[in-house]
Design a binder for this molecule. Sequence first.
Ligand code: CP
Length: 317
Amino acid sequence: MRHFTNVKDLGNLKEAVQEAFEVKKNRFAYKHLGQDKTLLMLFFNSSLRTRLSTQKAAMNLGMNVIVLDVNQGAWKLETERGVVMDGDKSEHLLEAIPVMGNYCDVIGVRAFAKFENKEDDYQEKILSQFIQYSGRPVFSMEAATRHPLQSFADLITIEEYKQKERPKVVMSWAPHPRALPQAVPNSFAEWMNATDYEFVITHPEGYELDPKFTGNARIEYDQRKAFEGADFIYAKNWAAYADPNYGKVINTDRSWTVDAEKMALTDNAYFMHCLPVRRNMIVTDEVIESPRSIVIPEAANREISAQVVLKRILENL
Ligand code: CP
């Protein structure tokens, strides 16, 4: 594998999950692969899990790691070509990218949707430029439209916990005070559609995601109906995708918060969320603290998903 930006880059998902289970049994078995290799992790946006889990995965593989927070300590970067740079941005991404490529063997990039222009966000302008100009393998640590390391960890977690060959997985919108990108729900939908699970998406009207990601998933506007018989509830907020409300919060209805009464409609479902999560907006204390909440093992699997991706990239260097 050269680059990792979406589910297709991983090839056969069953094989990828098996590889994840093997890595999890002995995470230091491939330490030789990363010897004298350097990973540059570049953050345009904040992170806790991605930063720590990817760094740990790289260390498990014997890599050296450099972490750069672009907005803290680096020159402010211009990302648009043709701009007269007479403002506060001192350096252009078109120089910065190849320079950074000289200092490393692999690059991980986190660059969220800016919600300024839908086309720019959905063309993945920043991630694409890293792939085009760095001369290095590039992997997404959450881009404008997808978060594939998270979705891979989610899939590994479902495979570990599922008690039916074909579980019912429900992704539910839940309220949040601020506008959040669609990357996690887009990506989760894309990955669930690549399995043979029963996959249902529930959200209020106006929160329809890009059909490119939701595919043939059942869309159910009645959250309670969607929850009936579910084996996994995957809660997430996202801002509106459809025009004219792209990137806006159009609903904060707390009747969509995942609570114990709704979880009781499921088939004793596990509760999942990518974290960070706002308690008592997205999910009640009671549900996230319940024995059916698997948010912590889900986050722990971020190390495993990152390690499989880095392992495959290193094997192809
Ligand atoms: N789930 C996730 O990507 O967490 P961070 O934003 O903390 O990295």
